[in-house]
Design a protein around this ligand. Structure first.
Ligand SMILES: O=C(O)C(=O)Cc1ccccc1
Length: 315
């Protein structure tokens, strides 16, 4: 970190979809942008205070949760999501000049990109072997750097456009034309981000063990308070077989009474529940709030209970 210029880490190198997400953050174009070879390193630099925030992929409309990110923010020193960004995803197949589609034996890219181009690969290069890459851009740049053991890469159109040494062999090769990836900007815990009225709250809830109906109890905390969920995923804690946590996105902000009440309920059921932040929704969609779950309804209910406890006649 240097002076007032912010430092952001991201899953690099230059040209990843993650960098495109970072560039949506106001001021990021003029900030210090530090590419990292994996999500863990990007987050660790924030934990160590070497960067102000990290942009990392968290959820894909085709492939689902990005497990490396879900796991990295669920454990270790606490972090906070302060912002989200949505990036439409389109893929191209690139190779060195002279290489034809029929020459391709091995293809490298990020695992999520490979998973999203399955139909095109099966139809056009069915015998191609997959070589895992740390990112789409790293796979593409590798082709230019020489001694790699693959003949083609799948990456963003921008990477190819910026590098004359890469030939585009096929465009729009993603199986789903509407594919979108959601990225989150992750910082160290600090003041809660401001409520906008169109917010999202992310929590990690370890599932209490040997308790019938524990998952239903967790979901009930949201349901009875009229809080809609937009993502729920179970992940193994990695400690032993059968031990899981749930990673959950809920509509609303921790300062909304219905969300705060749901958080308190989660803490009672599972005291190791981790609050990962409340932040503005990228699509600016406001949550539907039923009258009986509004802030006013909670305030009136709490006042009524206080009156009872104070020995006043109940209304
Ligand atoms: O590898 C990249 O470019 C990334 O930013 C990760 C990724 C890969 C595939 C889809 C969306 C994000």
């Amino acid at each position: 970190m240097s002076g007032s210029v912010l430092t952001y880490t991201f899953l690099g190198p230059e040209g990843t979809f993650t960098e495109a997400a970072l560039l949506q953050v106001p001021g990021a174009a003029d900030a210090n942008r530090v590419p990292c070879t994996n999500v863990n390193t990007a987050l660790e630099r924030v934990r160590q205070g070497e960067a102000d925030a990290a942009m990392v992929p968290i959820e894909n409309s085709v492939e689902g949760g990005v497990t490396a990110t879900l796991d990295a923010i669920a454990t270790g020193t606490e972090l906070r999501i302060i912002r989200e960004a949505l990036v439409p995803i389109t893929f191209v197949l690139v190779a060195r000049p002279g290489v034809k589609i029929s020459d391709i034996r091995r293809v490298s890219t990020h695992g999520h990109a490979w998973a999203q181009c399955r139909l095109w690969v099966d139809e056009n290069i069915p015998n191609a072997e997959y070589v895992p890459g740390s990112s789409t851009a790293a796979a593409a740049v590798g082709l230019l750097e020489g001694d790699v053991h693959y003949d083609a890469a799948i990456c963003a159109p921008l990477v190819a456009a910026e590098r004359p040494g890469l030939n585009i062999l096929a465009e729009n090769i993603g199986d789903n034309p509407g594919a979108v990836t959601r990225f989150v900007l992750v910082s160290r815990p600090g003041a809660l981000t401001e409520r906008t009225g169109a917010d999202k709250t992310t929590v990690v809830v370890p599932l209490p063990e040997d308790r019938p109906g524990a998952l239903m109890e967790i979901l009930d905390q949201f349901a009875t308070r009229g809080v809609n969920l937009s993502r729920i995923e179970s992940r193994p804690t990695g400690q032993y077989l059968g031990h899981y946590f749930f990673s959950i996105d809920a509509d609303g902000h921790a300062s909304d009474a219905r969300v705060a009440d749901a958080l308190a309920g989660l803490h009672r059921i599972s005291p190791a529940t981790r609050f990962l932040g409340s932040y503005a929704r990228a699509d600016e969609q406001k949550a539907f709030v039923a009258p009986h779950t509004s802030d006013a309804a909670f305030a009136s209910a709490h006042a009524w209970v206080r009156a009872i406890l104070g020995g006043e006649p109940g209304a």
